[in-house]
Design a protein around this ligand. Structure first.
Ligand code: GTP
Ligand code: MG
Length: 354
């Protein structure tokens, strides 16, 4: 259970000692060759730490410091090397045993449903981008709201005692729903609300700007989860017609890669939602496909398709480097994402009538 005292107590513990020191807080001027003038330019662009620098693309760094790509690439490389030197990032070439060991250290966040957690072999992973896609009303936003509560829970209850950045592009974030889910799960709603930083993105450029400032939020607010609900909506609305498709895909590609880098560098989980387009001319297979095309599909680490079947929701792992492609059933109720009641149990009645 997450209470105010528990969180405060935690703030005085080892968690907060990491806050001021350690690889994640090393400032850019600690890198060889970065003087006060360059530091000032980087800081203006929101790049404060070596980790921020490592999370950027050379193009972004070149824009920030007004240099050519080659110089910017060198600086990005140097930032990565520094993090490798500090044992925060792995070397370019490592043994599979070492990678296996590191993967065991990946943190997981419970979705609120045991079935859905099983689909991910234990919950949503940090250092990865997980994409939920599905039709209108399939439950994508409900999953996001539930995760906002779950990530703040202590480890033994499936959380990481971390906070959330919620990038809301469709104006569907509802604090009332968070309060409901928190109460149903026995948490103090005020503490949970305090742990959610909401960033409303008004258009795709604004969404990209918010993303570029993410490092500061992660550092200052002990963020463990970033939600983008939805990643694609603005791009879809702004770039209409075939002529604009390539620019749209390019911008979306850049955004998705920024998500992947941030997940890795800051050791956070990133969850992005995506709508599906109905394609009525499809006779075989699933008549829906995710928007964003191959760009989103190829960048997300895990892709899960959500669909409605009566009162239940079905989640299918569509694309994963190691999970089997299979389906699980979950429901939406007062706790947000939840497991279906056991056959014949008294809870069944309660849920179906709520
Ligand atoms: P789009 O964003 O429109 O693509 O849809 P989405 O996939 O984000 O759907 P969302 O998560 O908003 O799901 C909406 C559905 O969640 C509703 O149709 C309800 O079935 C369910 N839902 C929302 N709030 C509650 C609630 O408080 N209790 C219960 N039991 N169900 C809820
Ligand atoms: Mg939604």
């Amino acid at each position: 259970m997450t209470s105010k005292e528990e969180k405060e107590q935690d703030d005085e513990g080892s968690f907060s000692s990491k806050k001021q020191s350690g690889p994640l807080y090393l400032e850019v001027e600690e890198l060889e060759g970065i003087g006060p003038a360059m530091k000032a330019k980087l800081n203006t662009a929101g790049i404060v730490t070596v980790a921020d620098l490592a999370s950027k693309s050379p193009t972004e760094v070149a824009d920030a410091i007004g240099s050519d790509i080659q110089r910017a690439t060198e600086i990005c490389e140097k930032a990565r090397e520094k993090l490798v030197e500090m044992n925060y990032l792995g070397e370019n070439f490592v043994s599979a045993t070492e990678i296996y060991k590191r993967r065991k250290a990946i943190d997981r966040i419970s979705t609120g449903s045991r079935n859905l957690d099983d689909l991910f072999a234990g919950g949503i992973e940090t250092q990865a981008v997980t994409e939920f896609y599905g039709e209108f009303g399939s439950g994508k936003t409900q999953i996001c709201h539930t995760l906002c509560v779950m990530v703040q829970q202590p480890l033994e209850l499936g959380g990481l005692r971390g906070n959330v950045v919620y990038i809301d592009t469709e104006n569907t974030f509802r604090p009332e729903r968070i309060v409901g889910i928190a109460e149903a799960r026995g948490c103090d709603p005020q503490v949970i609300l305090d742990g959610i930083i909401v960033a409303k993105a008004y258009n795709s450029s604004h969404q990209e700007l918010i993303m570029s400032e993410l490092g500061k939020q992660v550092r200052e607010h002990e963020v463990k989860l970033v939600i983008v609900d939805s990643a694609v909506a603005h791009y879809r609305a702004e770039f209409l017609g075939r002529g604009t498709l390539s620019e749209r895909q390019q911008r979306l590609n850049k955004f998705m890669h920024a998500l992947v880098r941030a997940a890795e560098i800051y050791n956070i989980a990133i969850v992005a939602t995506n709508q599906v387009l109905s394609t009525p001319d499809t006779f075989f297979g699933d008549p829906t496909r995710a928007t964003g095309g191959h760009v989103v599909a190829h960048t997300s680490t895990y892709r899960v398709y959500i669909r409605k079947t009566g009162k239940n929701r079905v989640a299918r792992m569509v694309d994963s480097p190691y999970h089997a492609e299979r389906e699980v059933v979950f429901i939406l109720d007062e706790k947000g994402v939840d497991d279906p009641p056991e056959e014949g149990s008294s809870r069944r009645k309660q849920v179906t009538t709520s």
